[in-house]
Ligand binder design. Structure first.
Ligand code: NDP
Length: 238
């Protein structure tokens, strides 16, 4: 049977591009997001017909547990997990509401921890199992107006490296992919022209360019605990 890939946040943006590429490469893809209609539309657009949409808020432990039990039951053991679900709530720290801080940390950091925890047992039974978490260049470098978002992404780096150590002996690999500015709904309202001037390659990236790097990490059997930056050189200039 073909490999099963679970892509959290797989309905839109970077996650959707990852879902498309994995489907093209012969994986069965479980697309996970809160809005099932959008996830289903994404599933319908994928190459092949063995894919399936799941509605789940990854910040909620019980939903995650139930969803992964359902995935295991209906689709079998998980080979790949990609954590691309994320939100941003930009603003100066003094103006950031505590509930927005909680939402950011619960979705971007806790959410990935919960999905990894829920997937691991199933991954033990797959040869060459791998996880890719999606961080952000601001998690490495920091950015004014993104204190909580960057903290959530910086947390993913420590989490990824620690989990990589924890599960290496079971032959499960865990890596972090760190994008710069990528054309998705998340960046739709940004002042692109001004921001492009700070990127050495002079442009935003495309979700497909990130997806190819995610695939590389998933398939690279001798890479674990690594951080791969896909940012057009942005971090060099930060
Ligand atoms: P989008 O906003 O385009 O897509 C986000 C995806 O995550 C959607 O599928 C959304 O579906 C899902 N999602 C959001 N919250 C939850 C939740 N609580 N539970 C389940 N699914 C959820 O974002 P991007 O594709 O741009 O971002 C993907 C990842 O890459 C994020 O982690 C983001 O922080 C990171 N990133 C993005 C950058 C960029 O420039 N675009 C730069 C650096 C990092 P739904 O709303 O239906 O739940």
């Amino acid at each position: 049977m073909s490999r099963l890939a679970v892509v959290c946040g797989g309905s839109r943006g970077i996650g959707k591009a990852v879902s498309c590429l994995l489907a093209e490469r012969g994986c069965r893809v479980a697309v996970v997001s809160r809005n099932k209609d959008v996830a289903q539309a994404t599933v319908a657009s994928l190459h092949g017909d063995e894919h399936i949409a799941f509605s789940c808020d990854i910040s909620k432990e019980q939903e995650v547990q139930k969803t992964f039990e359902m995935i295991q039951k209906t689709c079998g053991n998980i080979s790949y997990l990609v954590n691309a679900a994320g939100i941003n709530r930009d603003g100066l720290l003094l103006r950031t509401k505590p509930e927005d801080m909680v939402a950011l940390l619960h979705t971007n950091l806790l959410g990935s921890m919960l999905t990894c925890r829920a997937a691991l047992r199933s991954m033990l039974h797959s040869q060459g199992a791998a996880i890719v978490n999606i961080g952000s260049v601001v998690g490495l470098k920091g950015n004014s107006g993104q204190c909580v978002y960057s903290a959530s992404k910086a947390g993913l780096e420590g989490f990824t490296r620690s989990l990589a150590k924890e599960v290496a002996s079971r032959n499960i690999r865990v890596n972090l992919l760190v994008p710069g500015f990528i054309h998705t709904d998340m960046t739709a309202g940004m002042r692109e022209e001004a921001l492009e001037r700070s990127i050495p390659l002079g442009r935003f990236g495309e979700p497909e360019e990130v997806a190819r790097a995610v695939l590389f990490l998933l398939e690279s059997r001798y890479i674990t605990g690594e951080v791969l930056v896909v940012d057009g050189g942005l971090q060099l200039a930060m």
